[in-house]
Ligand binder design. Structure first.
Ligand code: DC
Length: 223
């Protein structure tokens, strides 16, 4: 009874270095396709914020892993975006502070945290087709997807973009920690389309991604 089979949701994986334009482009692509947008970095940031709130030492792996078993967050889809809420609250501004940015690479390096996050991130398909951005979406969270993109830009350009947002951050150090950790490090997924957008606008980058997605979808439809 093939005609009753429903198609599994499509997942567009957008990974890459810090300030490579993942959020801007993932949002643009999600909007253009009417897909749900998921910022997985925000999920790691929310757990980091929770640890700081509860005076949990983020450099003590067992304590951070323990926090994962204690906290009771929920996935909510609001205006086309998935949020991880704690006690019904989404700490949108709190997770963008320098304190949380400094804590998050430690929290994200804990294997138990990554396993917990992967499970929650896979659960997001209950909301529909997704554009999910992060560091390990194409390699680890949804390795089965055919739609994998890896964004990057020169360090100077990425630092300039962060500074323009009013954030001074050592991006090189954060990327190094993200790519050298043992659990699901930042790397280019097999089959990912790598886009270096140092010289490109967000319009150009998202147009390139959309063009590629549409070509792949067409190929799938044609057999
Ligand atoms: O994208 P962002 O800067 O908000 O991500 C915050 C941190 O979380 C970053 O240091 C890398 C980590 N992260 C991760 O390890 N895996 C993901 N899928 C998303 C983010």
């Amino acid at each position: 009874m093939d005609s009753f089979k429903t198609k599994p949701p499509i997942v567009i994986a957008i990974d890459g270095t810090s300030a490579s334009g993942k959020s801007t482009n993932a949002r643009r692509v999600a909007k253009a396709l009417n897909f749900i947008y998921v910022d997985t970095g925000a999920m790691y940031r929310t757990l980091s914020w929770y640890c700081l709130q509860h005076k949990i030492d983020v450099e003590y792996e067992r304590a951070v892993a323990g926090a994962c078993t204690k906290w009771k967050p929920a996935l909510e889809c609001v205006d086309g975006e998935v949020h991880l809420t704690v006690g019904g609250y989404y700490p949108a501004a709190e997770i963008r502070t320098g304190e949380v940015s400094a804590a998050v690479p430690h929290v994200a390096a804990v294997p138990k945290v990554r396993a917990w996050m992967k499970k929650k991130q896979r659960e997001c398909i209950r909301f529909g087709d997704l554009v999910m951005e992060g560091r390990d979406i194409g390699t680890n969270v949804f390795p089965e997807t055919d739609f994998k993109y890896y964004l990057d830009a020169h360090l100077e350009e990425r630092s300039r973009r962060r500074a323009a947002e009013g954030v001074q951050e050592n991006l090189a150090a954060r990327d190094l920690r993200d790519s050298q950790r043992a659990a699901a490090p930042l790397m280019v997924a097999l089959g990912a389309k790598v886009i270096n957008n140092s010289q490109m606008s967000a319009e150009e980058t998202s147009a390139l991604i959309l063009q590629d997605i549409k070509a792949r979808l067409k190929r799938d439809l044609n057999g």
